[in-house]
Design a protein around this ligand. Structure first.
Ligand code: NAD
Length: 510
C-alpha cells in the first residue's frame, strides 16, 4: 500500500476544484480519459512520499486527442479573429480567478516555492492576454509583383501541433507554448512531463471551459516521453512539433519529427555565462549572481550556472557571494519565506550530488553548500543547498555540462576578450549576462556572446512580448513575442489575375 501523506490529501482537494470530477488522466475533447499504459506515481519533492498514481496515456488516448483536435481546429479557424481574441481573454480571466489554487497545486506537485508559483501563474494569464491582443492583428501582406496579378500572403495555422514540456516550470511553459499556438489558429496536443502533469492539465481544462473556446482545441496527454510523447510526435496528424527539454531528448524528437516530415522547434538547455567585470557595481552583481543561478533551485534553462569573474575582484566577489548564498532560505515549498525549494525528483537530486563531488575530485574548491542542508535531512525531501564551486577549469565537466540544479561554477578571466571566449566555450547558447558600468563594453560583449538572450546589469527577465530561444546546442526556433506567431504559422501566397485579357503561358511566368 502506498504511503500517501497530508500533502496528497490537499492535492486531491485542489484537483477536485480544478479538474472535471477531480480525476487525473489525459484531457481530451474537454473530458478526462484514463490512460491505458503503465502506472506512473507522482512523488512529493518536499518529503519523497507518493502523491498520486495515474496511468500512462497510451496510443488509443493519443489517437483520441488528435481526433478531438481536428474538428476543434476547423471550428476555431472558422471563427472571426476578434472572436478568437475574446475567447483567449476569457481563458486569461479564468486563470486569474483560479490563480491561488493553481499556484498551490504547482507548489505541492512540482516542489516549487509558492512565492515563485504565484508569480508564474500570473505570467500565464499575461501570456493569454498578450496573444488575445494579437489574434486580430495577425495578417499577411500585398506583394508588388511585376505582373498583372494581385499577390497577397495569408499566415495560416499548421493544424494540430504537438508540444512537449519539461518539469521545471510546468504551467509557465504550458502557457508560453499554448497561447501563441492557438492565437495562430492551431489546435494543441501537449504532453507535459510525467513528473509534473497536473497544473498543465488544469490549465488545459480552463482552455476548454472558457466561453468561446471549442472543446478539444487544447488537449493534454498525461504520460511518459518514450511512449505517449513519441506516439504524439510520430502521429500522422501532427503538423509541427515544439519541444522544451534536454538536448538529448530534443535530438531524438527532432529526428522523429523529420521522419514524419514535420518541422520542429527545440527549446533546450544551457550553460549560461554570467560575466562580472571589475568595474561593475559589485553589490548589485552579488545579488544578481544569486538570482541568476539559485532561482528555481537552479532548475531553470537560463540559469547563470557559470560565473566568469575578473581576476582582480575574484576573491572578494566569491567571498561576498558565498556568505550571502549561505543565508538564502531553503525549505518547504508552501512556506512563503522559502526562496529555494527541493529539487523536483530523486534522480535529479542524485545527479546534482554526483556532479558536485566529481567537480571537487577534479580540483574545484567548495565555497559553500555541497549537499542537503543539515536541518532538512530528516524531511526525506530532495533539498540541495545552494552551492558554489570556485577554481573551476574551463574544460572540466562542471564548466561544460548543464547541472540543472543550484550549483555555480566560478571561472576567472583577465581581459574582455578572454571573458567572451570563455562565455562562448561551451556548445550551448541559451542566455548570458554582463555586469559592467562601461556602456561600450556592455554592448560589445552583448554582441559577441553567442546566446539567444543577453542581459546587461541584470539577469532572468523574460517576457511574453520578447522573443526567446537558443543558439547552438540550446536549440532553434523562437517562442514568445511576435516571432512565436511566425513560428506557429505557415505562409500561403495567393495570386489573383487582374488583367482584362490575360495571356495563358506554359511554364513559370512573372
Ligand atoms: P527531458 O528532455 O528529459 O524531458 C522533457 C520532456 O520530453 C518530458 O515531457 C519527457 O517526457 C519528454 N520526452 C523525453 N523523451 C522523449 C521522447 N523520446 N519522445 C517524446 N517525448 C520525450 O527534460 P527534463 O529533464 O524534463 O527537463 C530539463 C531540461 O529541460 C533541461 O535541459 C532544461 O534546460 C530544459 N529546459 C529548456 C527550456 C527552454 O526554454 N530552452 C525551458 C525549460 C527547461
Amino acid at each position: 500500500m502506498a504511503d500517501f501523506s497530508p500533502a496528497a490529501d490537499r492535492l486531491r482537494a485542489l484537483l477536485a476544484e480544478l479538474l472535471p470530477a477531480g480525476a487525473v488522466g489525459s484531457l481530451v475533447g474537454g473530458e478526462i480519459l484514463p490512460g491505458t499504459g503503465e502506472k506512473l506515481t507522482l512523488v512529493n519533492p518536499a518529503d519523497g512520499r507518493p502523491l498520486l498514481d495515474f496511468a500512462d496515456a497510451g496510443a488509443d488516448v493519443v489517437d483520441a486527442a488528435f481526433a478531438a483536435a481536428a474538428p476543434a481546429q476547423r471550428a476555431w479557424w472558422g471563427m472571426t479573429a476578434a472572436a478568437r481574441g475574446r475567447a483567449m481573454w476569457e481563458v486569461a480571466r479564468l486563470i486569474r480567478e483560479k490563480a491561488p489554487l493553481l499556484a498551490e497545486l504547482e507548489a505541492i506537485s512540482a516542489g516549487k516555492p509558492i512565492r515563485d508559483t504565484r508569480g508564474e501563474v500570473a505570467k500565464v494569464a499575461e501570456m493569454f492576454e498578450y496573444y488575445a491582443g494579437w489574434a486580430d492583428k495577425l495578417h499577411g501582406e500585398v506583394i508588388p509583383v511585376p505582373t498583372s496579378h494581385l499577390n497577397y500572403t495569408r499566415p495560416e495555422p499548421f493544424g494540430t501541433v504537438v508540444q512537449i514540456t519539461p518539469w521545471n516550470a510546468p504551467i509557465f511553459t504550458g502557457g508560453w507554448q499554448i497561447a501563441p499556438a492557438i492565437c495562430a489558429g492551431n489546435a494543441v496536443v501537449l504532453k507535459p512531463s510525467e513528473l509534473t502533469p497536473l497544473s498543465t492539465i488544469a490549465l488545459g481544462h480552463l482552455c476548454n471551459v472558457a466561453e468561446g473556446m471549442p472543446k478539444g482545441l487544447v488537449n493534454i496527454l498525461a504520460g511518459a516521453g518514450p511512449s505517449t510523447g513519441a506516439q504524439a510526435v510520430a502521429h500522422r496528424e501532427t503538423r509541427l512539433v515544439v519541444f522544451v527539454g534536454s538536448a538529448q531528448a530534443g535530438a531524438q524528437i527532432a529526428a522523429a519529427a523529420a521522419r514524419n516530415i514535420v518541422p520542429s522547434i527545440l527549446e533546450l538547455g544551457g550553460k549560461s555565462a554570467n560575466i562580472v567585470f571589475a568595474d561593475a557595481d559589485l553589490s548589485r552583481a552579488v545579488a544578481g549572481a544569486q538570482a541568476a543561478i539559485f532561482g528555481g533551485a537552479g532548475q531553470s534553462c537560463v540559469a547563470g550556472s557559470r560565473l566568469l569573474v575578473q581576476r582582480s575582484v575574484q576573491a572578494e566577489f566569491v567571498d561576498r557571494l558565498a556568505r550571502a548564498t549561505a543565508r538564502i532560505p531553503v525549505g518547504a515549498p508552501l512556506d512563503p519565506a522559502t526562496q529555494i525549494g527541493p529539487i523536483n525528483n530523486r534522480r535529479q537530486f542524485e545527479k546534482i550530488g554526483g556532479m558536485v563531488s566529481g567537480a571537487v575530485e577534479a580540483g574545484a574548491r567548495l565555497a559553500t553548500g555541497g549537499g542537503c542542508p543539515e536541518a532538512l535531512r530528516e524531511t526525506g525531501g530532495f533539498f540541495f543547498a545552494p552551492t558554489i564551486l570556485d577554481g573551476v577549469t574551463p574544460a572540466s565537466a562542471i564548466a561544460q555540462e548543464e547541472v540543472f540544479g543550484p550549483v555555480l561554477a566560478v571561472l576567472p578571466f583577465d581581459t574582455e576578450e578572454e571573458a567572451i571566449a570563455l562565455a562562448n566555450a561551451t556548445p550551448y547558447g541559451l542566455a548570458g549576462a554582463a555586469w559592467t558600468q562601461d556602456v561600450g563594453r556592455a554592448h560589445r560583449v552583448a554582441a559577441q556572446v553567442r546566446a539567444g538572450t543577453f542581459w546587461i546589469n541584470g539577469y532572468k527577465t523574460i517576457n511574453v512580448a520578447s522573443p526567446f530561444g537558443g543558439f547552438g546546442r540550446s536549440g532553434f526556433g523562437r517562442s514568445s513575442g511576435r516571432e512565436a506567431l511566425m513560428a506557429y504559422t505557415q505562409t500561403k501566397s495567393v495570386w489573383v489575375e487582374t488583367a482584362a485579357e490575360p495571356g495563358v503561358a506554359f511554364g513559370y511566368v512573372g
